[in-house]
Design a protein around this ligand. Structure first.
Ligand SMILES: *[C@@H]1O[C@H](CO)[C@@H](O)[C@H](O)[C@H]1NC(C)=O
Ligand SMILES: *[C@@H]1O[C@H](CO)[C@@H](O)[C@H](O)[C@H]1NC(C)=O
Ligand SMILES: *[C@@H]1O[C@H](CO)[C@@H](O)[C@H](O)[C@H]1NC(C)=O
Ligand SMILES: *[C@@H]1O[C@H](CO)[C@@H](O)[C@H](O)[C@H]1NC(C)=O
Ligand SMILES: *[C@@H]1O[C@H](CO)[C@@H](O)[C@H](O)[C@H]1NC(C)=O
Ligand SMILES: *[C@@H]1O[C@H](CO)[C@@H](O)[C@H](O)[C@H]1NC(C)=O
Ligand SMILES: *[C@@H]1O[C@H](CO)[C@@H](O)[C@H](O)[C@H]1NC(C)=O
Ligand SMILES: *[C@@H]1O[C@H](CO)[C@@H](O)[C@H](O)[C@H]1NC(C)=O
Ligand SMILES: *[C@@H]1O[C@H](CO)[C@@H](O)[C@H](O)[C@H]1NC(C)=O
Ligand SMILES: *[C@@H]1O[C@H](CO)[C@@H](O)[C@H](O)[C@H]1NC(C)=O
Ligand SMILES: *[C@@H]1O[C@H](CO)[C@@H](O)[C@H](O)[C@H]1NC(C)=O
Length: 475
């Protein structure tokens, strides 16, 4: 009994194993899609039809050289296999041309890295180089001792080319320091300074020389000339709003940069950025715009834009404040009474004001708009400045701070006292001789004086000078 059971268990196990192994086999077979061409390359002649069939376990898509117009490519998709468990896709290019030479990929739509590739040459004796012989040279950047690729691909694997520098010096591939690959072009393994300048590739077919397009090789330098943020040093904003910062770097023409942002919300991936490059005739401009939607309190802090090029690095930073809600905070700076002196060149009346968003500020003097009352009253920022202070400037000054959009209004009233140095009125008119007064009579001497605060008047008596103009009063 026991033996039988064991045997059966064995059978069951074996069956299950066989199934699993078949499945694994199929999974392995289709871990990437299958093409009906098993070689890695295909050679067609111009005007022939390129047809590729592909099959896999998931939906398929194609990738092909950018020179192929989507409208020139015919793709058919269907289910295939005994139980239609597979996906099939075919690609057809009816009149393949030399410039369609390149890599063709059949890939799984959900996992585009899972792909099968084939390199297709479309030969054309009139067009040995894939790229059109453009009018303008293509610009390439090289770094000393880093491989430099001169991408003069060819349309036929049998073609070999030579690399020509400045139309004179011809460099032939030695497959050591200069390598030739019909699918890529020339690679200079460890270029030196003399690898800059104008290059092109050349091949001879039936005694006719063909040149590729020209390539202008620049030596890449790391020269950041400036980094700018399009904001002031600090940015104030409200919770829930959007923050957009534009960081611009200018560089020498042959410099490339990386621009990165450091900011409080970076770890939780708040914010997104996009990059652009603008070529000017004398310099390059790169910019990177950071956007943070729906700002939170946690987004306040330092935002740094770092621009690097090789070992060179420059940065700019900005502090961002995020306010929960709009506010106005208004307080007297130093009590509500202020003292100025008549004749003072200027006097500034101000209050402690903190507000966001920036409010509207109005100063009243004794209930009327100050700046309209007197041309000596000027608003500078949120302060009122009185020029050439005079006695009549004394009074009650009210500052109104308003944010109409958010329904905020605050005011405070300050009193200005203007001190006036005492003046003796009689001194203003010419000094009069009181004349001689008969002994024993009564004479009133008058002294009028004005000042703020009201002055005290004191009389003093002096003996007359003996030979003066004035008669000496007798004691
Ligand atoms: C391809 O066909 C066009 C016209 O159909 C013809 O002009 C051209 O010479 C052909 N190219 C080759 C390489 O046969
Ligand atoms: C792939 O299969 C299709 C149809 O079976 C055929 O027309 C085509 O020539 C094949 N492609 C290659 C490169 O063999
Ligand atoms: C692609 O084909 C369309 C229509 O045939 C044409 O208008 C367009 O210029 C072509 N684009 C390229 C890049 O060849
Ligand atoms: C696509 O399907 C249509 C109709 O079934 C057929 O005429 C055409 O030849 C197919 N094209 C390819 C590239 O298989
Ligand atoms: C640069 O100079 C070295 C020797 O100094 C020479 O071997 C090499 O061919 C030159 N390269 C180019 C692109 O002129
Ligand atoms: C960023 O600033 C640069 C330089 O001022 C400007 O050219 C560019 O258009 C700005 N980018 C955006 C998206 O506004
Ligand atoms: C900075 O540039 C961005 C992108 O163009 C723009 O949305 C933002 O308003 C600019 N900021 C300032 C303060 O100009
Ligand atoms: C930019 O960053 C990438 C990746 O970190 C690096 O490979 C590249 O050399 C950098 N470019 C420059 C110009 O520094
Ligand atoms: C911000 O930038 C300025 C000028 O670029 C610099 O002086 C300052 O140290 C920076 N602050 C911080 C915290 O990095
Ligand atoms: C503040 O007011 C007091 C008296 O009112 C005065 O002595 C002091 O100088 C004032 N301080 C400032 C900074 O104006
Ligand atoms: C000025 O502020 C006071 C409180 O500080 C308030 O009672 C008064 O209504 C305000 N005046 C106006 C005109 O808003």
């Amino acid at each position: 009994m026991k033996v039988f059971l064991l045997l059966c268990l064995f059978c069951g196990l074996y069956g299950a194993f066989a199934k699993v192994s078949a499945n694994i086999h199929s999974k392995k077979k289709f871990s990437v899609p299958l093409l009906n061409v098993t070689s890695h390359q295909l050679v067609l002649e111009a005007n022939q039809t390129l047809q590729l069939n592909c099959r896999g376990r998931w939906e398929l898509s194609w990738a092909f050289p950018a020179s192929l117009n989507r409208s020139q490519v015919e793709v058919n998709e269907s289910r295939c296999g005994r139980t239609s468990q597979h996906y099939c896709s075919s690609l057809r290019v009816s009149h393949a041309q030399a410039h369609h030479t390149g890599s063709y990929h059949c890939r799984y739509k959900p996992w585009t890295r899972k792909q099968r590739s084939i390199y297709v040459y479309v030969t054309d004796s009139q067009q040995p180089f894939v790229e059109d012989t453009g009018l303008r040279p293509d610009v390439l950047f090289m770094k000393v001792k880093e491989p430099l690729l001169i991408p003069c691909r060819v349309t036929d694997p049998k073609i070999t080319a030579a690399l020509v520098k400045l139309y004179t010096q011809v460099l032939t591939p030695d497959q050591e320091s200069i390598m030739w690959d019909s699918k890529q072009g020339f690679t200079i393994k460890a270029p030196l300074i003399n690898s800059t300048g104008l290059f092109h590739c050349r091949t001879i077919i039936d005694g006719v020389a063909y040149n590729s397009q020209a390539y202008y090789v620049h030596r890449q330098v790391n020269d950041i000339t400036g980094v700018y943020l399009n904001t002031s040093e600090s940015v104030q904003t409200l919770k829930g709003e959007q923050l957009v910062l534009n960081c611009t770097a200018t560089t020498k023409l042959n410099t490339r940069v990386n621009i990165t942002w450091e900011y409080p919300g970076k770890t939780n991936k708040a914010g997104s950025s996009f990059k652009r490059l603008v070529k000017h005739s004398m310099h390059m401009m790169f910019y990177n715009v950071l956007t943070i939607k729906n700002l939170q309190h946690s987004d306040r802090g330092l935002y740094t834009c770092r621009v690097t090029s090789g070992k060179q690095s420059k940065q700019q930073n900005v502090t961002v404040m995020v306010h929960d809600r709009p506010f106005i905070r208004l307080k007297p700076r130093n009590g509500s009474v202020m003292v100025a002196q008549a004749g003072q060149k200027s006097y500034k009346i101000s209050a402690k004001l903190r507000a966001f968003p920036p409010p509207e500020v109005i100063w009243l003097k004794d209930g009327k708009v100050a700046t309209r009352q007197c041309s000596r009253y000027k608003m500078i920022g949120a302060s009122l400045v009185i020029e050439d202070v005079a006695e009549e400037d004394a009074g009650k000054y009210t500052i109104f701070v308003r944010n109409q959009k958010h329904g905020l209004l605050q005011n405070i009233t300050l009193t200005l006292v203007v001190n006036v140095s005492p003046q003796i009125g009689e001194k203003a008119v010419s000094l009069q001789d009181p004349g001689s007064v008969p002994k024993g009579s009564r004479k009133t001497l008058r002294c009028t004086s004005h000042g703020v605060p009201p002055p005290h008047i004191q009389w003093r008596w002096h003996r007359c000078p003996s030979k003066g103009l004035l008669a000496a009063p007798r004691a």
